[in-house]
Design a protein around this ligand. Structure first.
Ligand code: F6R
Length: 608
């Protein structure tokens, strides 16, 4: 959940580190710090607050001399976001500085042991024990000290290590959580995400769990858990730094909403050849596909909401039973999963700790795993048997938009592909669905164009204290995502409800102060939704309706209207989420919220 970056080369390290850190701030933003090695000393500045604040304190990094160092942006787990709890953490005599992403589960036992040895702790973090272990085990051999330290740690962690006595040298270790090495000319880097590196190099190495790397300006050496040198593949990042910049938009979130037509197009077009959906890289045989008696989809947050949509679409097209379960629940159950289960894991980052744990649990029981992932080379992508990459490009805003819509696109592709392979579609319907998939990018663009008035609706409704999103069938699944979008960036309480369920208790909360957002895009259920709208209006609620373009009846029912363009009804969740994203964005903007970095959140949840 934190972001780390390391640099060694011949340029002044701190400005490079701060630039990298700025691009990692979506991972955590409650405090930040930087350390550089100069002569045989470590110079450190850290403070609660943003990377911009750290940059102010260090003159953009220029006040810190030195060509080798580490930096960190934090999302607090152990200890409040104070100056002292900010990373890096120094060892007792200041020989070592450490940055950490993850959780050291046995830190309490290690801390007691170290306190008994007379060490006085400066912070409340789990990380500080690592710095003290390094100093204890260091006898002039840095690699050995790092390995011995790592062998004492339990939990999930990525560590960056610098030692005052080892000029120009950095170590990093990965045990769950993302870690990428960047290979430059006369300089090398590591970071939690390629976005921190891509302005300086596009040649990267994705580290695996249990590996450690030694970096100097000239050389990068990767070792396995036993300390044996290993050869890693160098990958080339295909996108440019502009993709990770705001490009003139006020917020990354708005830019990413506007990028959705292109992102959905890339996800779909790359998988359609000659009018047919192509997953030729899949290892799934038609016999295996026929042998699955159920599909289980697991994920967290918005990715889970994409999975809920996936259930409706896959069941409708493939006639295979689909269960959707939150990864944080699935991982601690005793699920009925075996070799006849196809597991679909959905994750933008590919690093979400609960999703990885649930995936491991299900794969250990024999399930075949298909992952839908955005980040290339991420842990989930590497663990899965088969991967559908979404081609959203880097998503920087903490609240996902294009990440979610490209996940829907990938699930739709899979559903149609699978239905055809299972013999559930005749040629005409297959061709119609493929055409509908190809139409999605222009429908997303149309959804943007139709709803530019969302900003005026936001002016009217931004003062709400609490609201409901209601819908039926696929609209209910979309309502879950619409509701989450609003609450996470505007801090307005909001709940998604199956429209038919409201009267079984929750309608008690409806009164004349309440705004209800009614999703009415499943046209065969429109009359049912009208009844639900009338139920809430009878209790004084105001209604913001979301209906298919051209539907005029909605005007008679709703106080205000958003529109989704007309297209294949099974795929409606994708265009219809766009107006809800825009509404959430403008409401949060009206309320002066920090849209790209909402409070208490972080983009990549690599802790449980
Ligand atoms: C909400 C949001 C989160 C993520 C969730 C899973 O806007 O972004 O709910 O969807 O944390 O993240 P990934 O998809 O990276 O596994």
């Amino acid at each position: 959940m934190c972001g780390i970056v390391g640099y060694t080369g011949s340029a002044q390290a701190a400005p490079v580190l701060l630039d990298g850190l700025r691009r990692l701030e979506y991972r955590g933003y409650d405090s930040a710090g930087v350390v550089v090695q100069t002569g045989d000393e470590l110079k450190m500045v850290k403070a609660s607050g943003s990377v911009a604040h750290l940059a102010e304190l260090t003159g953009g990094g220029r006040s810190l001399e030195g060509v080798c160092g580490l930096a960190h942006t934090r999302w607090a787990t152990h200890g409040a976001p104070t100056d002292t709890n900010a990373h890096p953490h120094l060892s007792e005599h200041g020989l070592f500085a450490v940055v950490h992403n993850g959780i050291i589960e046995n830190f309490a036992a290690l801390r007691s042991e170290q306190e008994a040895e007379g060490i006085v702790f400066r912070s409340e973090t789990d990380t500080e024990v690592v710095a003290h272990l390094l100093e204890k085990y260091y006898d002039g051999d840095l690699k050995r000290a790092v390995m011995r330290t790592a062998s004492r740690l339990e939990g999930s962690y990525v560590l960056g290590v610098v030692c005052s006595k080892e000029p120009g040298k950095l170590f990093c270790v990965k045990e769950a959580g993302p870690l990428i090495l960047g290979l430059g000319v006369g300089e090398n880097y590591f970071a939690s995400d390629v976005t921190a590196l891509v302005a300086r190099t596009k040649n990267v190495i994705y580290m695996d769990d249990g590996e450690l790397a030694e970096l100097t300006a000239e050389r990068v050496t990767v070792y396995d858990r036993t300390g044996r040198e290993i050869t890693k593949t160098v990958s080339h990042v295909v996108w440019d730094i502009e993709a990770a910049e705001k490009g003139g938009y006020e917020h990354f979130m708005l830019k990413e909403i506007m990028e959705q037509p292109r992102a959905v197009k890339s996800t779909i077009d790359l998988r359609i050849r000659g009018g047919r959906i192509a997953f030729e890289d899949f290892s799934l045989t038609p016999e295996e596909l026929k042998g699955f008696d159920k599909i289980v989809i697991t994920a967290c947050g918005s990715a889970y909401h994409a999975g809920v949509v996936g259930k409706y679409v896959i069941e409708a097209l493939c006639r295979v039973s689909v269960e959707v379960e939150l990864a944080s629940e699935l991982r601690y159950r005793d699920p009925i999963i075996d070799g006849h289960t196809l597991l679909i894991v959905v994750s933008q980052s590919g690093e979400t700790a609960d999703t990885i744990a649930a995936m491991r649990e299900c794969m250990a029981r024999g399930a075949k795993c298909l992952a839908i992932v955005n980040v290339v080379g991420s842990t989930i992508a590497r663990l899965a048997d088969n991967v559908i990459y979404t081609h959203a490009g880097p998503e920087i805003a903490v609240a996902t938009t294009k990440g979610y819509t490209t996940q829907l696109a990938a699930l739709y592709l899979f559903a149609v592909w699978c239905a055809e392979r299972l013999g559930r579609l005749d040629e005409a319907r297959y061709a119609e669905l493929v055409d509908s998939l190809r139409a999605l990018p222009s429908l997303v663009q149309r959804a943007i164009d139709l709803n530019l008035h969302a900003r005026y609706l936001a002016e009217r409704w931004h003062g709400q204290k609490s609201l409901f999103f209601i819908g039926r069938n696929i609209d209910y699944a979309a309502a879950m995502e619409g509701s989450l979008k609003l609450k996470e960036i505007s801090y307005i309480h909001s709940e998604a409800y199956a429209a038919g369920e409201l009267k079984h208790g929750t309608i008690a909360l409806i009164d004349e102060k309440r705004l209800v957002v009614a999703l009415c895009c499943q046209e065969r259920l429109f009359d049912k939704m009208v009844s639900n709208i009338q139920e809430v209006k009878a209790r004084g609620a105001k209604v913001l309706g979301l209906a298919i373009e051209g539907n005029r009846r909605i005007f008679a029912e709703a106080d205000d209207v958003l529109y989704a363009p007309r297209g294949e009804q099974l795929f409606a969740a994708l265009p219809e989420i766009v107006p809800l994203q825009l509404f959430a964005y403008y409401v949060a903007r009206e309320n002066g919220c920090d849209i790209d970095k909402p409070r208490n959140l972080a983009k990549s949840v690599t802790v449980e």
